[in-house]
Design a protein around this ligand. Structure first.
Ligand code: F6R
Ligand code: MG
Ligand code: MG
Length: 382
């Protein structure tokens, strides 16, 4: 029998600012999901959070984008949002962009990562969840896990990984996708995913048998809503071991606190800091962007676990480095490259400020107009 793992998440309001999910909101959501479990809609679930994002890890047998599962989660989020309103939590209901449910959660605000799989005799997997960043933030570590032999020894040593993987990439601006194979198309892949606000790794398959290995939430709130409604903090499911990257190879990809877009007001680059569940709260400058990793097994459709994977002294030095980088980046204040580049800032609140300067600019005689964006460079080099 096939099982489906669903990670569904939303910011429904949080304590003391965009800081952390309040336990009472998780409690009311848990009640709704428990009822759904009793009714047999889902097999099992684990409610959790990172920063201001409520996250549900769910197992069921209904496949991806299932109406009943999504409606159950929608109801849980709605109840949680009502509780958030009652408690006066900040930005209550923020990610619930629609008033009524219609079919599934796609385009309604919550992030969705789902995989329907044939359960292996032992089915270990990890759910990575980040706050104050965007889905493209997983591009770099996913490349390391599935395509970089300096990270993943199995790509060299294990014949099951040796043939490589297929990466499905979504262009969130054009609404197109492309699939590229590694190792042979690694450089083409990097040419795209090195622009992580636009090209996002959505799914990864093992090449030799098309086995689904990883799925990322790829909803982009700002593009859905057409205005800035917060960064679309991502989550992903990564299956591990036995012909896939080992658990430790997936975690190894997070030993560099590399820079991701997000942090304060969704407008700054900052280091992604892997933390334990107890430290999954946005504090300094609304961050730094944080990552939690929970390790599970799936057995006969039930969740076993989790293990809080970054709750470990082996990641202390990564966190220390992240704090040094955070100090360094912060000293740039409102300057790039701490602040994001202009074409990305278009989706924040900055254009409203720029609007006020309209009419204040005076034409300079003897100068030519050049296009500012690198994406429209053909007219600039004449
Ligand atoms: C970033 C984020 C926060 C807010 C910031 C301002 O994703 O959620 O950094 O952007 O706290 O929030 P408002 O405008 O709601 O006061
Ligand atoms: Mg938020
Ligand atoms: Mg968030």
């Amino acid at each position: 029998m096939k099982s489906t793992i669903s990670v569904l998440k939303a910011d429904i309001g949080s304590l003391a600012g965009h800081h952390m999910v309040h336990p009472d909101t998780i409690a009311v959501a848990t009640k709704v999901l428990s009822e759904g479990k009793k009714q047999g809609i889902i097999n099992d679930f684990y409610p959790t959070f990172v920063g201001d994002d409520m996250e549900f890890i769910i197992s069921h047998n209904r496949g991806e984008l299932d109406q009943r599962v999504h409606e159950l989660v929608w109801n849980a989020l709605k109840e949680a949002a009502s509780k958030a309103k009652e408690l006066g939590l900040y930005a209550a209901g923020q990610d619930l962009l629609s008033d009524s449910f219609s079919g599934n959660l796609k385009g309604m605000g919550p992030g969705i990562a789902e995989m329907e799989i044939e359960e292996r005799p032992s089915e270990p997997f990890v759910v990575f969840m980040a706050d104050k960043t965007e889905p493209g933030a997983f591009n770099l570590p996913l490349f390391k896990m599935f395509a970089d032999p300096f990270n993943t020894a199995g790509l060299v040593i294990d014949p099951a990984l040796h043939d490589g993987f297929k990466f499905e990439i979504l262009d969130v601006y054009e609404g197109e996708s492309i699939t590229l194979n590694t190792p042979e198309e690694s450089y083409d892949l990097l040419a795209l995913i090195g622009t992580p606000d636009r090209y996002i790794i959505r799914r990864i398959y093992r090449k030799q048998d098309n086995m689904l290995a990883a799925v990322v939430t790829t909803e982009r709130l700002n593009l859905i809503a057409g205005k800035y409604v917060g960064k679309d903090d991502p989550a992903m499911i990564v299956r591990v071991q036995h012909g896939l990257p080992a658990l430790g190879e997936t975690l190894e990809a997070f030993t560099v606190p590399y820079l991701v877009a997000g942090w304060m007001r969704g407008s700054h680059y900052g280091p992604l800091m892997p933390v334990s569940q107890k430290d999954a709260r946005a504090t300094r400058f609304d961050g730094p962007p944080r990552l939690v990793g929970l390790g599970f097994n799936l057995k006969n459709g039930r969740l076993v676990g989790p293990s809080d994977l970054f709750d470990d002294p082996a990641f202390d030095e990564v966190r220390r480095t992240a704090n040094i980088i955070a100090d360094y980046m912060r000293r740039h204040g409102p300057f790039m490259p701490h602040r994001l580049e202009p074409q990305v800032m278009e989706y924040t609140t900055l254009p409203k400020v720029m609007e006020r300067l309209k009419g204040r600019f005076k034409k300079e005689e003897g100068t030519n107009k050049v296009k500012a964006s690198i994406y429209t460079s053909s007219e600039t080099n004449e």
